[in-house]
Design a protein around this ligand. Structure first.
Ligand code: RIB
Ligand code: CA
Length: 312
């Protein structure tokens, strides 16, 4: 079954792997790549998306830039420590030059236009802050019936990676995350750190990718800085490719095992800003989100590598 998707992304090292995984997944019909501020600023993530499009030979797929800031309150923290100042481990300039301009309609208008004419419902894969998705749903509620589901990489029920308890994508724009994960009613699958950290790939996996061919070698160079940072941070040779899990779930629904939970996102300005939690109050009337808390971890990692090798 072909799954039409739009990927909203902030490349970003793990986003880079996820975009190539999308290109290597025959189930996916990639309708567009839209960019959002996040790991690095909007200009850099958009240039990176254009370069990754060229690397993956996806030249027919439109790339459009979206929000360069959160919905409401400024959030200056980027993730360049982990992703490098250019967002791709310092290797962006080594990748192919952008093979065309960004789509002039911009991310939200492009998503709305594509959804409106989609012959079948489209899966939105959101692997950066949720600002563009929140804007889309607010400005174009008429397209909601054309969305099959939203697969979001973000949040954590067991500790954060950008503050002690908040995950980066949600913490970048808590108001947008609350819109999408709590207030809206579009079917949503959430892929949180709880699972993505369990699916971290090891040095042997990374070395096999890097020696699989020219595209694998390019990804290996992009990942190297991220790998070094995690080695220094954790002492181990393993890296979480968070965003790839969202893409794989979109391509093969049911890859991840989910639990339906009502969620809440903290959007005040206290120390818990950006924290996501399961609102398991008895009688809670909140909408339910399918939260991916389990998977065959070894199978997921092996599948991602097997697919990427096809492209290398
Ligand atoms: O917390 C992990 C998420 O934040 C991933 O999407 C990574 O690319 C960063 O954006
Ligand atoms: Ca990302």
């Amino acid at each position: 079954m072909t799954v039409p998707v739009i990927i909203d992304t902030d490349p970003g090292v793990d986003d880079a792997v996820a975009l190539l995984l999308a290109a290597a997944s025959p189930e996916l019909e990639l309708l567009a790549i839209t960019t959002v501020f996040g790991n690095v600023g909007l200009e850099a993530v958009t240039d990176n998306a254009l370069r990754l499009r060229a690397l993956a030979a996806l030249g027919h797929v439109p790339v459009a830039a979206g929000a360069d800031r959160p919905l409401v309150h400024p959030q200056a923290e980027r993730a360049d420590r982990w992703h490098g100042s250019d967002g791709l481990g310092g290797c962006a300039a080594e990748l192919p030059e952008p093979d065309g301009p960004v789509n002039a309609r911009g991310a939200v208008a492009l998503m709305a236009d594509l959804l409106a004419v989609a012959p079948s419902p489209v899966t939105l894969v959101a692997i950066g802050p949720l600002t563009n998705v929140a804007l889309l749903l607010a400005a174009h509620p008429e397209v909601k019936p054309h969305i099959a589901r939203i697969v979001v990489m973000g949040g954590s029920l067991s500790g954060g990676n950008t503050t002690a308890a908040a995950e980066f994508n949600v913490a970048c724009d808590p108001e947008a995350a609350r819109r999408v994960l709590v207030e809206e009613d579009v079917a949503t699958t959430l892929v949180p750190l709880d699972l993505t950290l369990r699916c971290a790939v090891d040095g042997a996996w990374l070395d096999e990718l890097a020696t699989a061919g020219p595209r694998g070698a390019a990804l290996g160079r992009v990942i190297e800085h991220y790998r070094t940072q995690f080695r220094e941070f954790s002492g181990g040779d393993a890296v979480p490719l968070h965003d790839s899990l969202a893409v794989l779930e979109a391509a093969v629904p049911g890859t991840l095992r989910t639990t339906a939970l009502p969620l809440e996102v903290v959007y005040d300005h206290g120390p818990a800003r950006g924290v996501l939690f399961a609102a398991r109050r008895s009688g809670a009337g909140g909408r339910l989100v399918d939260v991916a808390l389990d998977a065959d971890v070894d199978e997921v990692s092996a599948t991602v590598l097997r697919r990427l090798r096809r492209l290398c």
